[in-house]
Ligand binder design. Structure first.
Ligand code: F6P
Length: 330
């Protein structure tokens, strides 16, 4: 099986981008070890701190954030980073060519129940000059690499550099990421959806009627039965969609009028949208392609609807909009 290094060399990336991807992958190996030790290392449970989004930070949120920060700080090609767990961007190496955005441990509410969690990352080109928050506000189409590492029964890396999506499995013996799927591809049709149904009464009308029609199954306009899955970690739900198709959505809702969206554009939606489009799927807010959004803030949140092309497009019809042109543009 090909190693990550071998696959990256066939992609003819710049040496600098290859270096940054290796830094992220190596850091994920260390995170994988920390996650696996769990209670034995005393890393489970919450801290008394909150992140900028007002969410209580888990010990592992902070530990994994620090691990990535330290690794990226000594990578000369990383100019600055933005993390879901940091209030502000962190400026690193002035000569670096890239900006890295990450969610160090997505789905951290799953940590204490020994369920799926993962690291999500996005690499953007660094503009000339001193890095500041404005430097990060590039649409997702500008990403030069994106991916996630899933810490499950095995540790897996899904990666895109704009040349499809490759899936690697971490060999616990050699500690190498080995290529186990050279071209992930999302089936265009599906009968599986993922949504937090407990928010149903807070959704907007298009999502209300779309999900109602799925639930009607053979008795409704969709004329077939649908199955539901919800892992409560985007990284796990998107991994399932990449492996066997499906539609995943965290739509806008009015549960808290000050927080109509849940998922973060820079750390979650953009990297996952690039992976999904590169695997032949569609990723939208309901009204525009996620990758076309011009970000206004590093911690911005958005509605997300992604997955199997025909099913996402069916959902978009309920939103009164249909995207025909979802060709990957990388
Ligand atoms: O962004 C955080 C996150 O944990 C996602 O990974 C996941 O999809 C979602 O929140 C789960 O939300 P809820 O707690 O509403 O099920």
């Amino acid at each position: 099986m090909q190693t990550l290094a071998q696959v990256l060399s066939t992609q003819q990336l710049s040496a600098s981008l290859t270096q940054v991807i290796h830094t992220l992958a190596n850091s994920a190996k260390d995170i994988s070890q920390a996650v696996r030790h769990g209670a034995l290392a005393g890393v489970l449970g919450a801290t008394e701190q909150e992140n900028v989004q007002g969410e209580t930070q888990k010990k592992l949120d902070i530990i994994t954030n620090d691990m990535l920060k330290q690794a990226l700080a000594i990578d000369s090609q990383v100019k600055a980073l933005a993390s879901e767990e940091e209030d502000e961007i962190v400026v690193l190496n002035s000569d670096g060519s890239y900006l890295v955005c990450f969610d160090p441990l997505d789905g951290s509410s799953n940590i204490d129940i020994n369920s799926l969690v993962g690291t999500i990352f996005s690499v953007l080109p660094a503009p000339e000059g001193k890095a500041d928050q404005q430097s990060f506000l590039q649409p997702g189409r500008d990403q030069v690499a994106a991916g996630y590492v899933l810490y499950g029964p095995s540790t897996m890396l899904a990666l895109t550099t704009g040349q499809g999506v490759q899936l690697f499995t971490l060999d616990p013996n050699s500690q190498e990421f080995l290529l186990t799927n050279p071209a992930m591809s999302i089936s265009p049709d599906t009968s599986e959806f993922a949504i937090n149904m407990s928010n149903q009464r807070f959704w907007e009308a298009p999502m209300q009627s779309y999900i109602s029609d799925l639930l009607l199954g053979t008795l409704g306009p969709r004329a077939r039965n649908f199955n539901m899955r919800w892992i409560a970690a985007m990284v796990g739900d998107v991994h399932r969609v990449l492996c066997r198709g499906g539609i995943f959505t965290y739509p806008s809702d009015h549960k808290d009028p000050n927080k109509p969206f849940k998922l973060r554009l820079m750390y979650e939606a953009n990297p996952m949208a690039l992976l999904v489009e590169q695997a032949g799927g569609v990723a939208s807010t309901g009204y525009e392609a996620i990758l076309d959004i011009a970000p206004e803030h590093i911690h911005q949140r958005v509605a997300v609807i992604l997955g199997s092309a025909n099913e996402v497009n069916a959902c978009l019809e309920y939103h009164g909009q249909h995207y025909d042109d979802q060709e990957p543009e990388c």
